[in-house]
Write a protein that binds this ligand. Structure first.
Ligand code: NAD
Ligand code: ZN
Length: 344
């Protein structure tokens, strides 16, 4: 089969011919129908410092996937050939302290597809059945694939259990996950969703996801805009989805007293914050968000998408055959795409 490999410790990926894998005990083999590119894949492609420290080539890249089951490994129950499944990409052990206390998404020995183990940018991929999510018949594969990042947004929006309806939600970063979060917050009844980015194309995608106010933080002072939109009070909920220290600071300054914060963004270096004024005296409640709750987040995600409460499709801006992966990575590198889907 054809598979997109990180084969050497250098920039880029290589399309190679390799043997089709077979499912071991407890695994399913899927024929990949759609696999979307994530920021992490771009880091691996660019071979940045994080990737150099984490990835051990050779490895098949990619983790966001939807595929049709073509073979079941020994002992797999609850799935059948022809099922369209997506994958929870955090492969958990089920035995450690975190797994046993209901936090499988932060398993102590967690392995991630396309990062620690072979991924899904290939014609076929093996998925442990414990990580497979069965989709309803007829679901579009590209929508099934993007449920994984959409789930990050679901986890971030609903963390803490606060009411979303009637609230003002600020999202920094209009990448695919920030755009999904905008749609989710609106579907949950947010009165006003404000999204900031530095890239107007990406802000336009947030607009298509029904964000009310778009702020280019390069030209405007975010905290001032948010105060103006909230009668001087600030946003009830702030969701950080850019991984920029400037955005985190802007967002905290835009938060109302007693507001809630979810931080999903991953920062490439430590960030300085005004903890006293922007967190302590602000009485802020802050949640670090990692992955998706297994499988609570998936249930919520599936419901939002399949009951058509949120249409994620405006975020998917490009589709390419697997062999044209370079075009997809190049668009992402230049900030000219939302989600890019590869079809083997
Ligand atoms: P992305 O990189 O596609 O989008 C980030 C966006 O933030 C870009 O559009 C960029 O222009 C914008 N941005 C940069 N500086 C900004 C600033 N100062 N103000 C406002 N916007 C700014 O990322 P994505 O795939 O949508 O993911 C969002 C973030 O979540 C990333 O940091 C990613 O690494 C992280 N992430 C975390 C998890 C987790 O489990 N914690 C999972 C997936 C992704
Ligand atoms: Zn575990």
């Amino acid at each position: 089969m054809k598979a997109l490999f990180k084969s050497k410790s250098q920039r880029g990926l290589e399309l190679l011919d390799v043997e089709k894998p077979s499912p071991k005990k407890g695994e399913v083999l899927v024929k990949v129908k759609a696999a979307s590119i994530c920021g992490t894949d771009l880091h691996i492609y660019e071979w940045n410092e994080w990737a150099q420290n984490r990835i051990k080539p050779p490895l098949i890249a990619g983790h966001e996937v939807a595929g049709e089951i073509v073979e079941l490994g020994e002992g797999v129950k609850g799935f059948g050939k022809g099922d369209l499944v997506s994958a929870e990409t955090h492969v958990y052990c089920g035995k450690c302290f975190q797994c046993l206390s209901g936090n499988r998404h932060v398993c102590e020995t967690m392995k991630i597809f396309g990062v620690d183990i072979d991924g899904v940018f290939a014609e076929y991929a093996v998925i442990p059945a414990q990580n497979a999510w069965k989709n309803p018949k007829g679901m579009k594969p590209e929508i099934a694939a993007i449920q994984e990042p959409f789930g990050n947004a679901v986890h971030s929006v609903f963390a803490g259990g606060d009411r979303i309806d009637g609230s003002t939600v600020l999202i920094t970063g209009a990448g695919p996950i920030g755009c999904f979060a905008a749609g989710i917050a609106k579907a949950a009844g947010a009165k006003k969703v404000i999204v900031s980015d530095l890239n107007d194309f990406r802000l336009s995608l947030a607009g298509k996801m029904k964000a009310d106010i778009l702020v280019n933080a390069q030209n405007e002072n975010l905290a001032e805009c948010v105060k103006k939109e909230t009668n001087g009070r600030g946003a009830d909920i702030f969701i950080e989805m850019s991984g920029s220290g400037a955005a985190l600071n802007d967002g905290l300054k835009s938060l109302r007293v007693g507001g809630r914060v979810s931080i999903l963004g991953v920062f490439n270096k430590p960030v300085a914050l005004d903890v006293t004024n922007d967190i302590v005296f602000k009485y802020a409640r802050i949640f670090g968000i990692n992955g998706r709750l297994i499988f609570d987040t998936w249930k919520k995600t599936s419901e939002l998408i399949n009951k058509k409460l949120v249409d994620p499709s405006p975020v998917i801006t490009h589709r390419f055959p697997l062999k044209d992966f370079e075009e997809g990575f190049s668009l992402l590198e230049h900030g000219k795409a939302g989600k890019v889907v590869l079809v083997p």
